[in-house]
Design a protein around this ligand. Structure first.
Ligand code: AMP
Ligand code: GLY
Length: 418
């Protein structure tokens, strides 16, 4: 690691904003480029590059021309489509799993088979390719029953059906909309957490944990979204339970990746529910979470560049040092999200305030005249000595803004007693 280098981040959302910002803060980094990035990124010194995430050839060309040391891939669809394999074939390093390993997120059925093969605890489940069989299978789970589309759905392909009627309706809708496979699962009960593991082909480090808020509205009501807010650390999770997650979930997962000879230098995000009889995995994601990344990276004292660089070079990984302070963030989304979000509303100015970070995501226009571009627009986040202080600072700031045609949840952190 001699001198400063350039790196490229692929993606355009709040997650990529947080990754790019953190990398730009590293003393090893000269310039972070982000493709395609968003118009808010220059506020943290990151340069957006007008190349689409899906244009792998264009990204490879850019990386070569701009002496990019390596590329950090944010979103799952690029990974499932084989961006890391393409970069490697071109002689370039990219941080993320191979397409084969990305099936752990790309196909629920694949992930469940992996968990069965390597004894990773998960919900009781059956996958179906046939509508009639799926409908007939509903009763074996009792209600509520969890119904999942097999493929990528941006966190929105899961329905928890409270009764038989809704379950049948959901199954019919999913098949009508062209799904060829779906999974039925028992509904697990317990608090839900996100665990992030940085992998280096069999070696790993546990990153700070966070809790997401998937439902659109207060009180966990409304449809599932990509995530409406998050905080870290988790005061309600005891050290012994965190250790159980590592022993019972992370270790068999990593052992399975090694046994299956997967190429995996990247982030594995394990979504799990802490049930009475122990942790159970509800999903693997093969990348960082959004919005969890926006709250965990500010707490990461270990240099993110060094972690990624050493992983990609198969060198010993540094230990993880977590900031003692707490991080808390609330997502501002466009009215109508997730079903039918508005586009193009003019956003207010975001006055500088001590300690408050604005992680821009789906915004367009110019920095002087920012407009919403549908979906989750930005996150307001801060670090403070306690979660309560961070919570109060973020909500005080949000309450001072004028955000017409937008909404945010008012109860982020309620499960941590905030
Ligand atoms: P996923 O797309 O797999 O992340 O699922 C979206 C959300 O559905 C999760 O964050 C959970 O809140 C919920 N969920 C998924 N699977 C289950 C399950 N087996 N039991 C209870 N809730 C679940
Ligand atoms: N926050 C959920 C996800 O990134 O999938």
């Amino acid at each position: 690691m001699a001198g400063q280098v350039n790196v490229l981040v692929v993606g355009e959302g709040g997650r990529e904003f947080a990754i790019a910002k953190k990398l730009q803060e590293s003393p090893h980094v000269k310039q972070v480029y982000c493709a395609p990035g968003n118009v808010g990124m220059p506020t943290v010194g990151v340069k957006p590059v007008g190349i689409a995430e899906s244009d792998f050839a264009g990204l490879i060309k850019f990386a070569k021309e701009h002496e990019v040391a390596w590329t950090f891939v944010g979103p799952e669809d690029c990974l499932v489509d084989g961006i890391v394999d393409d970069f490697r074939a071109a002689g370039l390093k990219a941080f993320g799993p191979s397409a084969r390993a990305a099936q752990l997120e790309g196909s629920k059925e694949y992930a469940l088979n992996f968990m069965n093969n390597y004894n990773v605890p998960t919900a009781r489940h059956v996958s179906f390719r046939d509508r009639t069989a799926a409908i007939a299978g509903v009763d074996q789970f009792g209600f509520p029953v969890v119904i999942k589309e097999n493929g990528l759905a941006g966190g929105k392909g899961v329905v928890i059906a409270p009764n038989r009627e809704t379950a049948v309706e959901t199954i019919n809708e999913m098949f009508d909309q062209g799904q060829s496979r779906l999974v039925l699962e028992e509904c697990l009960v317990g608090p839900e957490y996100s665990m992030f593991v940085l992998l280096s082909n069999g070696h790993y480090r546990i990153l700070p944990m966070a809790q997401d808020h998937k439902r659109a509205y207060d009180g966990d009501k409304g449809p599932n979204t990509g995530g409406m807010g998050a905080y870290s650390p988790l005061p309600q999770l005891e050290d012994a339970d965190r250790q159980r997650i590592i022993d019972e979930v992370v270790k068999p997962t990593v052992a399975g990746l090694v046994a299956g000879e997967y190429h995996y230098h990247g982030i594995l995000y394990i979504g799990l529910i802490m049930c009475e009889d122990g942790p159970k995995v509800i999903e693997y994601n093969v990348r960082f979470g959004d919005p969890e990344t926006q709250v965990i990276l500010p707490r990461l004292k270990t240099d993110l560049f060094e972690l990624v660089d050493k992983s990609l070079n198969d060198e010993d990984l540094p230990e993880i040092e977590e900031d003692e302070r707490a991080s808390f963030g609330v997502v501002v989304a466009s009215k109508g999200y997730p079903q039918n979000p508005l586009h193009g509303q003019l956003l207010c100015e975001f006055p500088a305030a001590a300690g408050i970070n604005i992680d821009f995501a789906n915004v367009t226009g110019t920095l002087d005249e920012l407009k919403g571009n549908g979906g989750r627009l930005l996150m307001v986040e801060t670090l403070a000595s306690t979660l309560q202080e961070a919570h109060d600072a973020v909500y005080d700031y949000l309450n001072s803004l004028d955000l017409p045609e937008c909404f945010y949840r008012g109860d982020i952190g309620a499960k941590a007693g905030l």
